[in-house]
Design a protein around this ligand. Structure first.
Ligand code: ASP
Length: 322
């Protein structure tokens, strides 16, 4: 078999007002450790000539399993005190995609999204239909209480007391958002993009959405083109941030389209969308992205983004702040 060619994997664990002064050493270490574990899981697949799709699924599943991030266990609560989660995955070599929306019993929503992509004629499956399909495909089903964490429940109480739906993107330090753990980690969505040794790229994103969101609300995460997009011709993108802005600006696809039609580089395209277009609308967020040549970017317009990178030629690096 041909010697392993270059691979690369990037992950994120959400953006927000993540400030070092509000972070304890223990908490910081826990975040960095889990980000590292996620990169190791994905790299293990890429190193062994596995596909970018499998790598992004594996990396995201580790973050879903951690209560630290707003996806899978530790997902935020909606206004109805429930965890409604969304996830999507896309294969840049075929444009095949899969997503689950508003699910509350699938342990790893990203794995269910992959099942939708591989084994159903559809792309988006919602609610009980998605849960039933995931169960039939052998995904692990859990009691909704599995996703509960005290810290997320407390965040919901704060948001409810102030009447704040966490769609409020104000940077006001007195807002409930700012009282969030680490001084305001508002968006803890997780995601990954990868380039595999065969030159294919893929992306995956998973979230609990936004605290105190109206039940039934769907963000950008499971919307192909908004929160997730991958096309070998251009790039693979996974987004995090205020979902409504990412939907109306079709952010992930916009980065791809700027590359395809305007021939912008990946870095210029992502930078324009996040730091110009979105910023001018007060749309908070960021993304990780890679192209088939291995160019990559981790770009955000907030004080921090949990993120990490590893490649065939470079060791694991994990970061939190600007
Ligand atoms: N984009 C997600 C949503 O709006 C939130 C996040 O990134 O944390 O549902």
């Amino acid at each position: 078999m041909e010697e392993n060619k270059n691979y690369r994997l990037l992950i994120h664990g959400g953006v927000g007002t993540i400030l070092k002064e509000n972070m304890t050493a223990e908490k910081e270490a826990a975040y960095l450790k889990t980000l590292t574990k996620s990169l190791e899981a994905g790299e293990d697949i890429l190193k062994n000539n596995g596909s970018a799709v499998k790598a992004v699924e594996a990396a995201v599943a580790v973050l879903e399993d951690s209560p630290l991030f707003n996806a899978g266990k530790g997902a935020v609560f909606n206004s109805d005190e429930k965890n409604e989660m969304d996830a999507s995955i896309m294969d840049g070599s075929t444009l095949d995609s899969g997503a689950v929306l508003e699910v509350g019993t699938i342990k790893n929503p990203i794995s269910a999204a992959l099942e939708v992509m591989k084994h159903s004629p559809h792309i988006l499956l919602a609610g009980s239909g998605a849960e039933k399909f995931a169960d039939q495909q052998g995904c692990q089903i859990v009691d909704p209480s599995y996703f509960y964490t005290d810290s997320r429940f407390e965040q919901l109480q704060i948001a409810k007391e102030t009447g704040e739906v966490m769609l409020d993107h104000s940077g006001d330090n007195k807002s409930a958002a700012a009282n969030f753990e680490n001084g305001g980690t508002k968006f803890g969505t997780v995601g990954a993009v990868a380039l595999d040794a065969n030159g294919n790229i893929a992306s995956a994103t998973s979230t609990g959405g936004m605290t105190n969101k109206q039940f039934g609300r769907i963000g950008d995460t499971p919307i192909i083109g908004a929160g997730t997009y991958a096309n070998n011709k251009t790039c693979a993108v996974s987004c995090t941030g205020h979902g409504e802005f990412f939907i109306k600006n079709v952010v992930a696809y916009d980065v791809s389209a700027l590359m395809e039609y305007k021939e912008l580089s990946l870095i210029d395209a992502a930078n324009y969308v996040i730091n110009d277009k979105l910023k001018n609308q007060d749309g908070e967020g960021g993304l990780v992205a890679i192209d088939a040549k291995g160019n990559y970017t981790m770009c955000f317009n907030t004080p921090g983004m949990y993120r990490g990178i590893v490649g065939s030629e470079s060791p694991i690096e994990v970061e939190i702040y600007q």
